[in-house]
Design a protein around this ligand. Structure first.
Ligand code: ZN
Length: 316
């Protein structure tokens, strides 16, 4: 039987970030505005360290390389997923990610990036950008040249507990006042389309990647109108999405209704995004304060969640 693997997040300072994760999750943040918490990650730009248990102090990438049995002997040269919390005080740039084939060819064998967002909090009247309205590459390029951003970009109003699937090729941006849990492929390849003409500290504009962006944008898919979750909740569990790269579920645990999940996947990522409680696995009970992230490895057996909390879980 394998221990649960609790991870220490890696924080990334971002100009658009803030200090909100300090009070929301009790994290010890580095100085300055912090935009991203890489909560479950083996990516070289933010490899999480194990906290406690048999693997204390090891990096997740090491466990992946040296103890593949923890991940059901899944094939692949890297841990495939990355779980983040983003605190956007200001707007992120408008961007798009490539798929695996394009990234492999143009970005040194990197993975493409499919991602999805669970909205943990949003300000009154808040919105985000998901999708665009040009019919093809030429029209897109023309609208960019003319600066017709309002016509081009599909803005969607958001509220807490909305969910958005962002496939590769989808133009998107998280805008200010939004706290998001992101489940994504373990990739850091981003093509910036527009940065609101904002100047950096040295007065320069951030680099854009319009050639690559127009290569990879999916012009055919219709943009969504909202992110309301319509899937049914069954015994506390709501399936949010299932894609070739990941499936994501929301789990609600209340004092009247503990939830038992059978860990039947190569591994299961678990994030406590609201409330707190505990998990019982292999006869050992662990506290789960808000902001905890762990991996239930292969052969964890049944996970029994108690308390009052909301979890976002994912698996391949
Ligand atoms: Zn993105």
């Amino acid at each position: 039987m394998n221990d649960l693997i609790f991870l220490e997040p890696v924080f990334h300072g971002k100009l658009w970030g803030g200090r909100r994760m300090e009070e929301e999750y009790g994290y010890e943040l580095p100085d300055g505005p912090v935009g991203e918490c890489w909560a479950i990650s083996a990516h070289p730009n933010g490899d999480c360290k194990v906290q406690g248990g048999s693997w204390d102090g090891r990096y997740l990438s090491q466990l992946w390389d040296e103890h593949r049995e923890l991940f059901g002997n899944l094939e692949g040269d890297r841990f495939p997923l990355l779980i983040k919390i983003l605190d956007a005080q200001d707007d992120l740039s408008i961007q798009v990610h490539p798929d695996d084939a394009y990234a492999n060819e143009h970005e040194n064998g990197s993975l493409g990036k499919r991602e999805c967002w669970y909205i943990l909090d949003a300000r009154e009247g808040g919105d985000i950008v998901v999708g665009q309205r040009a019919a093809n590459r030429d029209e897109f390029a023309q609208m960019v040249e003319d600066g017709r951003w309002d016509d081009l970009l599909n803005r969607v109003p958001i509220k807490k507990d909305d969910f958005f699937q962002i496939d590769p090729g989808t133009v998107h941006a998280i805008l200010g006042g939004t706290l998001v849990l992101e489940t994504q492929q373990s990739s850091d390849v981003t093509y910036r389309v527009y940065d609101f003409d904002r100047r950096q500290a040295d007065g320069s504009l951030r680099e854009l990647h319009l050639k690559q962006a127009t290569d990879v944008i999916d012009y055919a898919t219709k943009a969504p109108e909202n992110g309301t979750v319509t899937a049914p909740e069954v015994d506390g569990v709501t399936q949010l999405v299932s894609t070739p790269n990941y499936a994501v579920e929301r789990v609600r645990v209340t004092s009247d209704a503990p939830v038992t999940m059978r860990q039947e996947w190569p591994f299961l990522n678990v994030s406590v995004v609201e409330g707190s409680g505990s998990v019982l696995a292999n006869g050992t009970k662990a506290d789960l304060p808000k902001g905890t992230h762990f991996i239930a490895p292969a052969n964890s057996g049944d996970l029994v969640f108690e308390g009052n909390m909301m979890l976002i879980v994912s698996h391949v």
